[in-house]
Design a protein around this ligand. Structure first.
Ligand code: ZN
Length: 300
C-alpha cells in the first residue's frame, strides 16, 4: 500500500502537512522505503499531527506516553525523524512563528538615537549600554535641590548624615520619610485626602515640610534652644535652616548632626502624639526635646 496524498499538490500548507498519514506515505521515506510500524498504528499514532506539538517540534515524551508497545521505539523514533521531509518540518515551525507573531520589542540603547528590535541587540551591545548608563537619582533629590536652590551631596546625606549617625530604627525611618517628604504634614494629609485642607492650624498658613519644621511659630523656640546647645556644648555656630535639616552640617563631630536629627524627630513625634490641635498648642516642645536628647546623648 502506498499513500499518494500529495501527488497533485505542488504547494502544501502546514495544515495539510499535519493531516498527512504517516504510514506508507511516499513522502516519508527511510532507506528508500516507506514506514509501517504496527505498534504505533495500534497506539493510534496515525497522522503527522500526532507527532508534532503546537510549536512545530517532535515531542518524544508525548509519543512515548501514547505507545503501547515500546520494545523498539528508540530505533523507530530515529527512523521516523529522519524520514519526515525537512521541508515539512521547516514549514511547520515557520507557521508557528507566523501564528504567534507579536509586535517587536524595541529597545533604545545608551548612545543610540534609534530604537532597535530586541532580537537584533547583541550581548556586547547590552553590556556597553549598561556600563555607560549613569546612576539615576531618585526624583526627590531633584525636588530638594530645586527647593534649596543648590546641588546636594546625596551620598553624604544618605550615609554620613543619616545611616552612620544612629542605629536607632525610629530615627533612621523618620529621616527617610523626611527626605522623601512623606511625613503627615498638612499638604500631604490633604493630598492623601485625609484632611479637608492643607493649613497649619496654629499659624493658618500652608503647612508643607518647610513650615512644619522651620517656619511654624511652634518650632521657633526649639531651634533657638538647639542653636544654643550647639554653640555652648558642641562649639558649633549655626543658624538652622531647611538646608541644615536636609544636608546636615559640615563637621566631623557626629553629635552635631545627631542633635539636629533628634530635634527634627521631636517635632515629628509631637505631631504624632498630639494630633488634637488644642493639645499641640500647649505641648512643651522644649521639654520633649530635653527628654529625647537625654535618651541618646546623656552627656549633654
Ligand atoms: Zn504653623
Amino acid at each position: 500500500m502506498m499513500v499518494r496524498s500529495l501527488n497533485h499538490v505542488s504547494i502544501i500548507t502546514p495544515e495539510q502537512i499535519r493531516q498527512q498519514v504517516i504510514w506508507c506515505n511516499e513522502h516519508i521515506i527511510f532507506g528508500g522505503n516507506t514506514l509501517f510500524f504496527n505498534s504505533w498504528i495500534m497506539s493510534n499514532v496515525l497522522f503527522v499531527d500526532d507527532l508534532i506539538d503546537k510549536q512545530g517540534n517532535i515531542r518524544h515524551e508525548l509519543i512515548i506516553h501514547r505507545l503501547k508497545g515500546r520494545s523498539n521505539w528508540i530505533n523507530e523514533m530515529f527512523m521516523l525523524i529522519n524520514a519526515l521531509p525537512t521541508s515539512w518540518r521547516d514549514a511547520l515551525k515557520e507557521a508557528v512563528i507566523e501564528d504567534l507573531e507579536l509586535p517587536p520589542i524595541l529597545v533604545k540603547l545608551k548612545g543610540s538615537a534609534l530604537c532597535k528590535s530586541i532580537d537584533m541587540v547583541t550581548t556586547k551591545e547590552y553590556y556597553w549600554s549598561i556600563v555607560s548608563t549613569k546612576f539615576v537619582k531618585p526624583w526627590i533629590t531633584g525636588k530638594w535641590e530645586t527647593l534649596l536652590n543648590c546641588p546636594c551631596n546625596w551620598s553624604q546625606i544618605w550615609y554620613n548624615r543619616t545611616l552612620s549617625l544612629t542605629q536607632e530604627r525610629h530615627l533612621s525611618n523618620f529621616r527617610y520619610k523626611f527626605l522623601h517628604d512623606i511625613l503627615p504634614n498638612g499638604v500631604n494629609l490633604y493630598k492623601w485626602q485625609v484632611a479637608t485642607n492643607n493649613r497649619c492650624e496654629i499659624c493658618d498658613t500652608k503647612n508643607d515640610i518647610c513650615h512644619m519644621f522651620i517656619d511654624c511659630k511652634r518650632v521657633k523656640p526649639l531651634w533657638h534652644k538647639v542653636e544654643l546647645l550647639l554653640t555652648n556644648k558642641l562649639n558649633y555656630h549655626v543658624q538652622v535652616s531647611l538646608r541644615t535639616l536636609v544636608c546636615g552640617l559640615n563637621t566631623h563631630n557626629k553629635r552635631v548632626n545627631l542633635l539636629i536629627i533628634i530635634a527634627m524627630y521631636t517635632i515629628y513625634k509631637s505631631w504624632l502624639l498630639y494630633k488634637d490641635t488644642s493639645k499641640l498648642k500647649t505641648v512643651c516642645l522644649l521639654k520633649m526635646l530635653n527628654t529625647e536628647v537625654k535618651k541618646r546623648m546623656d552627656n549633654e
